[in-house]
Design a protein around this ligand. Structure first.
Ligand SMILES: *[C@@H]1O[C@H](CO)[C@@H](O)[C@H](O)[C@H]1NC(C)=O
Ligand SMILES: *[C@@H]1O[C@H](CO)[C@@H](O)[C@H](O)[C@H]1NC(C)=O
Ligand SMILES: *[C@@H]1O[C@H](CO)[C@@H](O)[C@H](O)[C@H]1NC(C)=O
Length: 371
């Protein structure tokens, strides 16, 4: 047994270690914090294991987890958000070296309360994004049900792998009393990414806008995902002074989308470059407007293209990309500004059937492909 004096010294040391680290910030303890309401969050994030029970987040508040380095989060129940017209986000998580286990549990955004067919373009203010992910490490097995508008915004501070996620906004395909006969869900982008060193894989997305939209960044892999109902997998839209490079779109299944694979750059953009976009082994069916659309006239579709985004190295290589477009849709349309698409692009692994051929405008560098 320790003497009283030694015990006292030890407890003092333990206390000092618990309370502060060298930076003066609270040091994380090797304890388990449990969250059953927002009131529990501050205490729980002092621990490196955080368990989340089922609870409702009060309307108008963000469930914000600012985690200690190396924390493991376990969802043990579903989280629902109260209804309020405000900008959000509904959930935000930050930290480095995080392991976030959703265990198949749900974040329910109560989309039907907000949906009016207008998304971010009008109607009521909708919390967007619903989920703001600012961690490195892993984020997996999380389900998002009925987001008010955009779902995930990802800005990871170091390498992040997001796996086995579900986004189910299928209910938003139906009109409601406020949507004037249109799909009630709108602008429900799956993943908006302006980031580097990110993998998104093995996930299922049913929505009414881009499955993935990459606005800037590099070293992003999107693989083995299933995208249903929306606007396909997009690079863009690309505005001024941004760089996109080393993007790999591999083995995804795109079903009943406006198009499967798209690169859209703003007609008005200046000083941007997009390069090194590789498509391998993707499958698309039920494509309503285009198989592949590369368009420098955004927000117009096949309008007057701009020349301020240099686009190069767009390749379809490796396992065949097989796309089937609906009758009335165009197989491949490329609309480049004069001189702004450059180099030679290898499209040997692209097979598109159905519909009609589109036009390839202002570019002659596509090789190993005929419509
Ligand atoms: C929030 O809105 C949804 C959809 O309209 C509704 O089902 C739910 O009951 C509402 N929740 C609360 C707490 O009012
Ligand atoms: C690219 O991203 C992956 C996954 O996030 C990461 O493991 C890898 O180190 C990154 N590569 C480079 C060159 O940064
Ligand atoms: C080529 O691009 C320029 C803009 O850079 C555009 O004005 C022109 O219409 C394009 N050519 C065709 C045939 O569309």
């Amino acid at each position: 047994m320790f003497s009283t004096r030694t015990q006292g010294l030890l407890s003092l040391l333990a206390l000092a270690c618990t309370l502060v680290n060298v930076n003066g910030a609270p040091a994380a303890s090797d304890c388990t914090g449990t969250i059953s309401s927002l009131d529990d969050v501050d205490d729980a994030v002092a621990c490196t294991t955080v368990n989340i029970n089922s609870f409702t987040v009060p309307a108008g508040e963000t469930f914000n987890l600012d985690l200690a380095k190396g924390t493991t989060v376990n969802m043990l129940g579903d989280v629902t958000f109260g209804n309020k017209t405000w900008a959000g986000p509904l959930f935000q998580v930050s930290g480095t070296g995080i392991t976030f286990n959703g265990n198949g549990h749900t974040f329910n955004g109560n989309g039907p309360f907000y949906w009016d067919g207008q998304g971010g373009n009008g109607g009521v203010t909708k919390p967007a994004p619903m989920m703001k992910i600012k961690i490195s490490g892993t984020f997996s097995n999380v389900k998002v049900l009925n987001s008010p508008a955009r779902v995930y915004s990802v800005s990871n501070p170091a390498a992040l792998t997001m796996s086995s996620l579900t986004i189910d906004n299928s209910l938003g395909d139906q009109p409601n009393s406020k949507s004037d006969g249109k799909a009630a869900g709108h602008n429900t982008d799956g993943f908006d990414c302006s980031t580097t060193n990110l993998v998104i894989q093995d996930s299922t997305i049913h929505n009414q806008d881009d499955c993935l939209a990459i606005n800037k960044g590099s070293n992003i892999t999107f693989q083995r995902n299933s995208c249903t109902g929306g606007h396909g997998i997009s690079i863009g839209s690309i505005s001024s002074s941004v760089t996109v490079s080393n993007i790999n779109i591999i083995g995804n299944t795109i079903t009943n989308n406006d198009q499967a694979l798209r690169i859209k750059t703003d007609a008005s953009a200046t000083g941007s470059t997009v390069s090194g976009i590789t498509y391998t082994g993707n499958t698309g069916t039920g494509l309503r407007q285009f198989g592949v659309l590369i368009d420098q006239s955004y927000p117009d579709t096949l309008g007057t293209p701009g020349t301020g985004v240099k686009l190069s190295g767009v390749n379809f290589v490796g396992a065949t990309n097989t796309l089937t477009v609906n009758s009335g849709a165009q197989r491949v349309a490329v609309n480049c500004g004069s001189g702004s698409c450059t180099g030679s692009w290898d499209w040997s692994s692209l097979k598109v059937s159905g519909g009609t051929a589109g036009k390839i405008v202002n570019f002659s560098g596509i090789e190993n492909f005929t419509q």
